[in-house]
Design a protein around this ligand. Structure first.
Ligand SMILES: CC(C)(COP(=O)(O)OP(=O)(O)OC[C@H]1O[C@@H](n2cnc3c(N)ncnc32)[C@H](O)[C@@H]1OP(=O)(O)O)[C@@H](O)C(=O)NCCC(=O)NCCS
Length: 217
């Protein structure tokens, strides 16, 4: 595959979100980590410079979210270094239809990210997928995920996507997030993780506009 320049296409005008959490006022994102809680988060396209931070978010979030669901050994073996290398490679050579957006706090610290693009294995060119969606544990349940999901929906819409699927582990309680945003369980499958075979369920939005409406604040 031809090497592509680092980074992603410039977002369209107005496609970067500065999001205020209206539900919880000025405490979004850093309430448990900083005495100078910020009022706003910024959601922007991720770049190769974010690779290590994205890897850190992924590993921390997995270890917290999947304890008791995925093998302890597997979670302990996750490596920020290896994941960072994986992100660096992705930024060097990824399909232009794929994109990663990152939510950062007022100090520009990444709180979480999502990776999306066309649905894997789908022949329907207008079906999108969010492949990865993780926030730091201390940034969860403060509305950041809802804002990031809205931004992802806009990014997919700009790429001609009109419906969406997201796979989640059946035993992950956080999948309630997708219920709240109007996703409906449309499929399930087993996937090997470590020594276990775990069931995943697919959440689907037949119309991306439903998701846009559900994430409006
Ligand atoms: C799932 C996740 C991305 C959601 O982002 P978030 O910023 O925490 O979600 P929001 O604060 O926008 O939540 C909106 C609503 O979704 C529901 N929700 C979110 N996380 C939930 C959880 N862990 N359990 C149950 N309901 C949840 C709640 O109804 C919540 O509203 P409330 O907090 O007022 O009750 C985030 O919690 C996360 O990274 N979790 C761990 C990793 C993970 O499971 N990722 C998804 C993999 S498929």
């Amino acid at each position: 595959m031809a090497k592509r320049p680092l980074g992603l296409p410039e977002p369209a005008v107005g496609d970067t979100d500065i999001s205020r959490n209206r539900r919880r006022g000025a405490t979004i994102g850093i309430v448990t980590t900083s005495s100078q809680a910020a009022a706003a988060i910024l959601i922007r396209e991720a770049t190769a410079l974010d690779s290590r931070a994205l890897a850190g978010v992924l590993v921390q979030s997995w270890r917290a979210a999947y304890r008791g669901i995925i093998d302890d050994d597997y979670l302990a073996s996750l490596s920020v270094d290896r994941r960072a290398q994986g992100f660096e490679a992705w930024f060097r050579d990824h399909p232009p239809s794929n994109f990663i957006r990152v939510a950062v706090d007022a100090q520009a610290k990444p709180l979480g990210f999502a990776h999306g693009g066309p649905a894997r294995g789908s022949v329907q060119g207008t079906l999108g997928e969010i492949y990865v969606f993780y926030l730091l544990p201390q940034a969860q349940r403060q509305g950041v995920g809802t804002q990031l999901m809205r931004s992802m929906a806009r990014g997919l819409d700009l790429r001609g996507i009109d419906s969406l699927v997201v796979w989640a582990l059946e035993r992950n309680p956080a999948r309630a997030f997708y219920d709240v945003l109007g996703g409906r369980v449309s499929d399930s499958r087993e996937t090997p993780v470590g020594t276990r075979r775990l069931r995943e369920v697919a959440y689907r939005w037949d119309d991306l506009r439903t998701l846009m409406a559900a994430t409006r604040v």
